[in-house]
Design a protein around this ligand. Structure first.
Ligand code: PEP
Ligand code: MN
Length: 337
């Protein structure tokens, strides 16, 4: 249920309602809006709870939440969430660009890429230190050394570091170095991981599982939101279909659909979504035209020698050109990049 307070209701009235909600064995989650406060009362349905709460002082109405994802839903929060870290701003007309290599490979590589990313006007640096590889014989990432190199790249450029955490027991270590915790597509429904990541308190980039429906995706986000962490970005990175001319199929209707159903920002990954460098810039532009709140893009100084995903990495000149073209599209759809 959502307890909608009257405009101008007092803090005392709000606190009183929180107390009443919690006395009923429900959890409360307060959302302060520009003209009114709403309190989401979450938990198992109780007979008579709606009527009881409706009599509270300062309460305008109590409405049921129809969406299965309670806190992610626009029913609970109309205002768009903006995820922020350093200069990275994602959501509500702010387009945040995150770019970098698939994997952190060496000090030289990540520092070179970080400067390229910064100079092109992006605000987030991506790079995997713990890599979820399909084959156990493929490069698994530099692990803590990779995290240290990412932190060094942040110190040199001021970019926000976005990096993947693969297991609950890694969260503490990764959170010491990262600015944004990435949950990879393979782990979208790893619920203990989602909870741990939520509790770390850092912004989260949650990637869609290649076979997950959008309801499953939103319910996965709900696990993070339920910890009280509201800084969650959803990332469409392509789904598995019968089609095999691209690595995955990138469904861009996800963006406007999620904008209708959730206040959380939506980021698109045209790199994993296509798996082909030659397709990335066009799909990046299409994503911005579809009003995506951000992009996460793989780039490499020399894609031919990349230790992972080189075939989908943009070269630095191609990335710069993509940025220039995306800016024009952003302006055309009334957004800031
Ligand atoms: C990545 O971003 O490098 C990655 C492994 O992506 P995904 O989880 O979407 O496959
Ligand atoms: Mn990759």
């Amino acid at each position: 249920m959502i307890v909608v307070m009257k405009p101008g209701s007092s803090q005392k009235q709000i606190d009183h309602m929180i107390e009443r909600i919690e006395e009923m064995g429900l959890r409360s989650h307060v959302i302060v809006g520009t003209d009114r406060t709403v309190i989401a009362a979450l938990g198992e349905k109780r007979d008579g709870a709606k009527q009881a709460l409706e009599t509270g002082e300062g309460v305008e109405k109590v409405v049921p939440i129809l969406a299965p994802y309670k806190m992610a839903s626009t029913e609970v929060k109309k205002e768009r969430t903006v995820v922020k870290s350093h200069d990275l701003k994602v959501g509500n007309c702010h387009i945040g660009i995150i770019a970098g290599p698939c994997s952190v490979e060496s000090r030289e590589q990540i520092l070179e890429v970080a400067h390229i990313v910064k100079e092109a006007g992006a605000a987030g640096l991506r790079g995997g230190a713990f890599k979820p590889r399909t084959s156990p014989y493929s490069f698994q990432g530099l692990k803590e050394k990779g995290l240290q190199l990412l932190a060094e790249a942040r110190a040199a450029t001021g970019l926000a570091v976005v990096t993947e955490v693969m297991a609950p027991e890694q969260v503490q270590l990764v959170a010491e170095y990262a600015d944004v915790l990435q949950v990879g597509a393979r782990n979208m429904q790893n619920y203990p991981l989602l909870e741990k990541v939520g509790e770390a308190g850092l912004p989260v980039l949650l990637k869609r599982g290649p076979s997950a429906t959008l309801d499953e995706f939103l319910l996965a986000a709900e696990y993070i939101l339920k910890t009280g962490n509201t800084q969650v970005m959803l990332c469409e990175r392509g789904i598995r279909t019968f089609e095999d001319h691209t690595r995955f199929t990138l469904p861009l209707a996800t963006v406007p659909y999620l904008h209708q159903t959730t206040h959380l920002p939506v980021v698109v990954d045209p790199s994993h979504g296509t798996g082909k460098a030659s397709l990335v810039a066009t799909m990046a532009k299409a994503a911005i035209a579809a009003e995506a709140d951000g992009l996460i893009v793989e780039i490499h100084p020399n894609p031919e020698v990349a230790m992972s995903d080189g075939f989908q990495a943009l070269t630095p000149p191609a990335f710069r050109q993509m940025m220039q073209e995306c800016r024009k599209i952003a302006a055309a759809v009334g957004r800031e990049m």
